[in-house]
Design a protein around this ligand. Structure first.
Ligand code: SF4
Length: 376
């Protein structure tokens, strides 16, 4: 075991030394690396797409968003993605091997911490190769991205979708091009992302818009939410979802606030209750949270687009996903498999979510009582 680890480290080091200049000079240095598994262990139930396997074709990301908590966590937010991007070039081979053996079928999400269609994908085409393997094996998949590079693989996505369940989420935090440039300096413009939504939708792909993250006092206004939701529906999005800004390791975001939103920076301390290390909105000021989520839901209802809020992260809390997507995401194998489990263990947060979603009156007092009777 020890020698295996040592061997993989040696290979990494060799690639580090010899492959430093794989990208054009205006892009972050990209190095090839290897992965040992794509599917890994079954059991990561991700509530954004309801996926059971997650894999990042790239380590780190070239889009350089100021709110990126992946970078913040890894580098304490103090570096501007100067850390190299690693391309897991052997991933398609590994996936092929894994799928040839027995694996319990479950949706593979090709994006967990980084963007699978970031600039490096133009050169390495790892995401495309993975899609080819998934298509050949009729395996369900989901993709989350900020890039219209996803259109390069439209043909493949269409073919794969005809064989297995698939879903694509395009992140759009604002339609304001100036603000987008500040928040996501190296990502394609919101206009290009909307165009991607439109073209994917026209091809019959299940595509939605992620209004994520909602950043208090930056893009959380009624107007901004309405603009994004309206544009999403006009361009054929099948769902819209949102979630709050994750303030873990928020060095870069705090610096962004200090530079561009000086007056609101102190309000963050109150909203996040002075605990910027807690995940996402887990410790956020509740009245703010409910107010914004309720507004989001009412706007989605106004524009007649399905919505959900994946702001609860444990397996137990994943019932939220069902509540919001019951009719839209059926057919995912893992969906049916785990459904009874979640109904058996609803948590306090789920009950709150039910109330936000349906309102006490609509759900009915007796239904709430029954849900409340389950163990927390
Ligand atoms: S696209 Fe996602 S992973 Fe990449 S920098 Fe932006 S937030 Fe981070």
């Amino acid at each position: 075991m020890f020698s295996l680890v040592l061997w993989s480290k040696l290979i990494r080091f060799r690639r580090f030394v010899f492959n430093r200049d794989l990208m054009p000079s205006d892009m972050p240095i990209c190095q090839e690396t290897i992965c040992h598994s794509v599917l890994g262990k079954l059991g990561v139930l991700n509530t954004q797409f309801w996926t059971s396997y997650c894999f990042d074709p790239y380590v780190n990301c070239g889009f350089n968003c100021v709110y990126c908590h992946t970078a913040a966590q890894k580098y304490d937010g103090s570096k501007e993605f100067l850390a190299p991007i690693y391309a897991r070039t052997n991933a398609p081979k590994v996936l092929k091997r894994e799928l040839s053996k027995f694996k319990r079928k479950g949706t593979l999400r090709l994006s967990l911490n980084t963007d699978p269609y970031q600039p490096a994908e133009k050169k390495f085409k790892i995401t495309r190769q993975l899609l080819e393997v998934l298509k050949d094996n009729e395996w369900p998949f989901a993709i989350g991205t900020k890039s219209d590079l996803v259109l390069r693989d439209l043909d493949l996505i269409v073919q794969a979708s005809q064989k297995a369940w698939s879903c694509i989420g395009i992140t759009i935090t604002t339609l304001d091009e100036k603000l987008a440039k500040l928040l996501e300096p190296d990502a394609p413009s919101p206009k290009r992302r909307l165009e991607a939504v439109r073209r994917l939708s026209n091809e019959g792909i299940t595509v939605g818009v992620w209004l994520i993250p909602l950043m208090p006092y930056v893009n959380d206004t009624d107007q901004n939410m309405a603009n994004v939701i309206k544009a999403a529906t006009e361009n054929g999005a099948k769902f819209v979802l949102t979630g709050m800004l994750d303030m873990r390791g928020s060095y870069r975001f705090k610096r962004f606030l200090a530079e561009h939103y000086k007056q609101i920076a102190p309000r963050y301390e109150f909203l996040y209750k002075g605990k910027p290390t807690a995940p996402s909105c887990g410790n956020m000021e509740e009245s703010y949270l409910y107010d914004r989520y309720s507004k989001f839901i009412s706007l989605c209802q106004k524009y007649k687009v399905p919505n959900y809020i994946p702001h609860f992260y444990s397996r137990k809390q994943a019932l939220l996903f069902y509540i919001h997507n019951f009719s839209h995401f059926e057919g995912t194998p893992i969906f049916e498999l785990t459904q009874p489990l979640n109904f058996l263990f609803p948590s306090k947060e789920i009950l709150q979510a039910v109330q936000i979603r349906y309102g006490k009156r609509k759900l009915g007092k007796s239904a709430l009582k029954v849900l409340g009777a389950f163990p927390k």
